[in-house]
Design a protein around this ligand. Sequence first.
Ligand SMILES: [Zn+2]
Length: 341
Amino acid sequence: MLMTTKPMFDLAYDGGFGIGGFNVNNMEMTQGIIEACAESRSPVILQISKGARAYANIRFLKHIIDACVEEYPDVPICIHCDHGDTMPLMQECIDDGYTSVMMDGSHHPYDQNVEITKAAVDLAHANGVVVEGELGKLGGIEEDVVGLDAAEYEANIEQFLTDATEAKDFYAKTNIDSLAVAIGTSHGAFKFTKAPKLAFDRIEQIMETCPGLPLVMHGSSSVPKEVAAKINEFGGEMKDSMGVPEDQINMAVQKYGVCKVNVDTDYRMIMTATIREVFAKNPAEFDPRKYLGPARTEMKKMCKQKLEMLNCVGKADEVIAHWKNQGEPMPAFYEKAKAGV
Ligand SMILES: [Zn+2]
């Protein structure tokens, strides 16, 4: 069932669980995720980055997600634009039927970030769509979102974290629905050289200065050692790296109230590891179904683990009930979805 993130975050905010913001680029990845969510009875945010739009052609991806909504009417699904950065893109996503957009103005000077995020909020809210803003700087690289070098980021992490006082001002001036914060996570596969510690005290401070504002963690892949090892065992060349430990992510959602956790890299890794294994063990294989199929199965297994980590297994029905009971007026778009049309 299609919805915004609002009913999800309403419950996640003090419910001790988080919602996965999972990036999708093609049919197999999307199917792996949605099948895991359906079996685990979990709400999910399927997100599309600019890179995914360019790779897959947005019509194709949108229809794949629409198929998820049709096929799994009892799974709460939000379609989200990941790292949007211009107003024309916001308009396109809204026209395409996204229910949530991110306006990432974090690379701009503060006042400009406020200005562009506020413009996105005004446009999106008028269309019943919610907005995620971003404040602070992350390390690493995510497609065209270039953050800071791992070593530089690690050594100076304090100065890049989201400032709680600034967050309060940002929230007041923009009226965003959620905020991506820098609390020690990092984009991409090459995050840290040693085990990182998330800045839980900073999460607490931001929660205090911005009561009621759902917080989002980007760059929250764990870069599992065993998956990296498998990629390398079957001919890959992944450099050694540390991701964000799963127990820390679990603590962030369960104890500190983080509402959304973005994972992309780990899914890319499991797809790659599985496909490499098929090719290494059966070099004669040339049927894409024989390597994309197993990759989809492994992706689904990994997604189920992520949903456990986020503590959101079994939350789907609660979210749907909450959404249906919301007193606020819903645009016709959602009314139709609600009625199952
Ligand atoms: Zn991100």
